[in-house]
Design a protein around this ligand. Sequence first.
Ligand code: I6G
Length: 678
Amino acid sequence: MNASEPLQQRIQRLRDDINQHNQRYYQLDAPQIADADYDQLMRELETLEAEHPELITADSPTQRVGAAPLASFQQVLHQVPMLSLDNAFNDSEFEAFDKRVRDRADLTEDVTYLVEPKLDGLAISLRYEEGLLVCAATRGDGQRGENVTENVKTIGAIPLRLKGDTVPAVVEIRGEVFMPLQGFDQLNSAAIAAGEKPFANPRNAAAGSLRQLDSKITAKRPLAFYTYGLGVLDGMPLPSSQSDLFLLFAAWGLPVCDQISTAKGVQQCHEAYQSLADKRAKLPYEIDGVVYKVNSFRLQQSIGFVSRAPRWAIARKFPAQEKTTQVLSIDVQVGRTGSITPVARLAPVFVGGVTVTNVTLHNEDELHRKDVRIGDTVIVRRAGDVIPEIVAVVIEQRTAEAVPYQMPTLCPVCSSPLEKIEGEAVIRCSAGLYCQAQVKESVKHFASRKAMDVDGLGDKLVEQLVAKKLVQTPADLYSLTREQLLSLERMADKSADNLLQALEKSKSTTLPRFLYGLGIREVGEVTATSLAQHFGQLDALQQASAEVLEQVPDVGPIVAKHVVSFFQLAHNREVVNTLLSYGIHWPEVKALTKTQHALSDKVVVLTGTLSSMTRDQAKAALQDLGAKVTGSVSKKTDFLIAGEESGSKLTKAQSLGVTVLSEEAFVSLLQSNLDLTD
Ligand code: I6G
C-alpha cells in the first residue's frame, strides 16, 4: 500500500474544495462558507505543502499569492492576433453594419447576434495547455503582448486549471480583466487615507494593477475577469456558435458575464442595447458600450476580417457623457514652443469615467468664441479616451460678476512680452529657452515615447530637474550623476540606477526620432521621417537652405523656415553637438526606393481628422512613396487611412473589404517597410 495515499487524497480534496469555494465567491457571488473557514482550509493546504514540497503543483490554489518581483515583462507573440473592434456610435451606424453582414453572407433574413456588455477594462489572453494555465499575456499591439502570467495567477476568478472532461489540448481564452466598482472605491479610499494619489478610474486601476512587476502587489488588488472569446483552439472541434462557446467556457469553470443575451434582427439588437444602457448605472462594474457578434461561427467565417478587426462584430459605444460644473478660474499654460494656452480650472466633476478639473480652451479665439468666463456654469463632455472639452456655457446661469477673460500681455513664467504673429491663432512667449516653462517642455518632449523614449523620466521628474537647474537643455540629461539624481525628492537608489540605464539605452536611437525630439516647430514624426529619408545625414540637413528643404515632399515654406531658423541658432547647434558627443547614435538611414515600400503603387484614400499631421502632409508623404492618393473609395482602393470621426468613406471601405489603417498604423507603415496587406 502506498503510505502517502491518504495525504495526497487530503491535499487533492482541499484543493478541490478551495477551487469550488473560489468559483462560488468570485463567479457566482454566492459564497457557501465564512471567510474564516476558507482561511482555515488554505492554511491546512499551505502547511501540508510546506511539509511535502514535492507534492506542490502549478495549479494549487497556494500558487496564487504572487511570485518574486520581475525586472521587466517578457514579450509574448500571440499565435492568433488579438484584434480590436470597429465602433458604431448610433442606430444607423449599427444598421449599416448589419446590412454589410447580410450583404457579405448573402442573406435576406434577420441575423442572430450575441449581445454582451463592453467592459471597461483591459483585454488579456490566457493560454491553457492540457487544461493548465501556462501563460497570460496583455493585448499589446495585437501581435505581441507582455507576459503577465504571475500577476494573472493571483486573480481569484481565473481558474489555474480548466474543469471537466472536454478540455482541449491547447486553448487560448480571450477576455477582459477589470476592477469592480466596489473594490475600486475601497482601493481609492485606502490610497487617499495613506496620502497617495487615487486612480482616475477603474480601467486605469485595473491596468496599473495588472502591470505590476511585483505580483504580490497585484494579489492585493480586487481584480475580476470575464471571458469573451477564443484565440487558439487545438484538439477539439469549434462549437457551432458564440453562445455554445459561452456554455463551454462556463463548463470549464471560466467566468462568463451574466448580462449576455442573443438578439435576432436590428430591432431586437436596439432593444438589447437600450436594456443594457438602462442597467448601466446599476451594474457593479463599468461598461462603455455593447458588443454585437454574429452568433453562428459558420457565418462568421464566411464574413471574415478586415485589417485588424473582425467584420462580424462591432462595439456600439454609449454616447459621450456630459455634466455641468463651475469655472473656478482661468489661467494660461506655456508650451514647448512658447505657445500660450488658456486653461479653465473647474470644480471637480466626474464625467465619462474620470474626474475632470482642467479643460483646455486651446487659444484666445476659442476662448472668446465659447465666451467662457470665471464663475460660469459650463457643460463638460468626455467620451472614451478623448480629452475633455467645454461644450457650452449655460448662459441662463451667468451672474453679473462674470466678465470676459483678458489674455495676459506678459509670460506668466518669465514675464517676457507675449507676441501674436500675423495669421497664427496662438500667442507666444518671446523668450525662447530663457523661459523655464519652455525649457521644461522641450526636455519632456525630447524624452517622450515617440522621441528618445527615456523610460522612467516622467513629467514630475523633469520639472524637478529643471527647477533645480540640474537640466537646462536635453543634452544635460546625459551628464546627470547618480548623486544628483539621489538629491531629488522620492528618488531611491534603484530608481536612480534605472533612470541612468534608461538614458544610456536611449542613446541608441534613429535619426527620425532624434530629429522629432529636437522639437523644431512644425516638425512632427512624419516630417522628421521625411527629412531623415531625404537627407540621410544630420549634417546635410543642418546645412540645407530653405529652397533645398522645400524639395522634401511634405515640407512647405513654413516648415522649411522653422528648420533653417532652428539650426541657425548657435544655442541649438551647441545642444545638438553636445548630444552627439555623449554618444547618441543611429543606424545609417537607407532611403527606401518607391517600389520597395508597402505603399508604393497603392491606391490610398484619406478620411477623418489626423492628429499628428495635416491632410496635405499625409498626402505628400504617400505620394513620395509612390502611392496614388484619390478622393473616393472604390473597389480599386488598396488602403483607407481613417483618422478620428471618419464617416461614410469608412463605412464604404468596410463594405468593400478595403484594408483600413488607423493613423498609428499609417505612421508606423510610413516609418517602416512592413507589408500590411491582408
Ligand atoms: O467581445 C469582446 C469584448 C471586448 C470582443 C473584444 C473586446 O475587446 C476589448 N474584442 C474582440 C476582437 C472580439 N470580441 C472579437
